[in-house]
Design a protein around this ligand. Structure first.
Ligand code: SF4
Ligand code: SF4
Length: 250
């Protein structure tokens, strides 16, 4: 599914140094991909350089990161600066959107950062692969079961790589989750039983929204495992439908 805007700059005037990190044509392509998203028009309306976004940004308190800097780079079409922040800084954002609630221009710095992240994935940047690699197990679980975790899974046995402290959050989480009136989320046995039709519908959403294409870009092996799994589930779904028709014919 591709949405485009008319905002894409042609003939970007920002000067590029004698030795850009990648050729200027590539820098322009990356920026135009960010601009081409339908959300860009809504999320960047100008920038006063006032710093309110950075003053309220939790990530800015802990990292060398400033949403003001990132919005300014986009607003001034600083191609090299945009490329540079995509190598590390954009991944510091917690996507809390405090900045969007405060910006006097109605910008959404967090939303713009999300567009830059998606573009980093599309261009197979090393920063995107490094950041997303630890999540491959989570993605596999999510796609193959429909759920990732149930509270009673968070134990040392299930997550030996999380270290001994995982036991400290075991009991409280389980109790807290039971207060939420969604009984199917309470235990491993029930949380992982996702309806087959729901799974098939999720696959369609992931395909249509480009999630799977993004996954293929950053981790081809995981993509292959997941598509095999999806094919099997789709076959199961077809068999189930055929069984239903047979039963109706009888
Ligand atoms: S709050 Fe808005 S106008 Fe101010 S620096 Fe941040 S993005 Fe720019
Ligand atoms: S969405 Fe990102 S940039 Fe905005 S306030 Fe939250 S952490 Fe900071």
């Amino acid at each position: 599914m591709t949405h485009t805007t008319t905002r894409v700059s042609h003939g970007i005037g920002d000067p590029v140094s004698d030795a850009p990190p990648v050729p200027r044509a590539k820098l322009e392509e990356i920026f135009q991909d960010i601009q081409a998203d339908l959300r860009y028009d809504h999320e960047l309306n100008g920038c006063l350089n006032c710093g309110i976004c950075t003053a309220t940004c939790p990530a800015a308190h802990y990292y060398d990161f400033s949403p003001r800097e990132i919005v300014q780079l986009l607003w001034t079409e600083n191609l090299e600066g945009i490329y540079d922040v995509m190598q590390e800084k954009i991944w510091a954002c917690a996507q809390c959107y405090t900045c969007a609630a405060r910006c006097p221009f109605g910008n959404s710095p967090g939303g713009l950062i999300m567009l830059m992240r998606e573009t980093a994935i599309k261009h197979n940047m090393e920063s995107a692969r490094n950041v997303l690699r630890p999540f491959s197990r989570v993605m596999l679980k999510l796609i193959s079961t429909g759920n990732q975790l149930a509270p009673d899974m968070i134990t040392r046995d299930h997550f030996p790589d999380w270290g001994p402290n995982v036991s400290k959050i075991d009991a409280p989480l389980k109790v807290l989750r039971q207060a939420i009136p969604v009984p199917t989320l309470n235990t491993t046995a029930t949380a992982w039983e996702v309806n087959l039709k729901t799974s098939i519908e999720l696959y369609t959403i992931w395909e249509e929204t480009g999630v799977l294409k993004q996954l293929e870009t950053i981790d081809e092996n995981l993509f292959d495992v997941i598509t095999d799994f999806m094919d099997e589930k789709r076959e199961d779904w077809k068999d189930w439908l055929a069984d239903q028709e047979d039963e109706n014919d009888d």
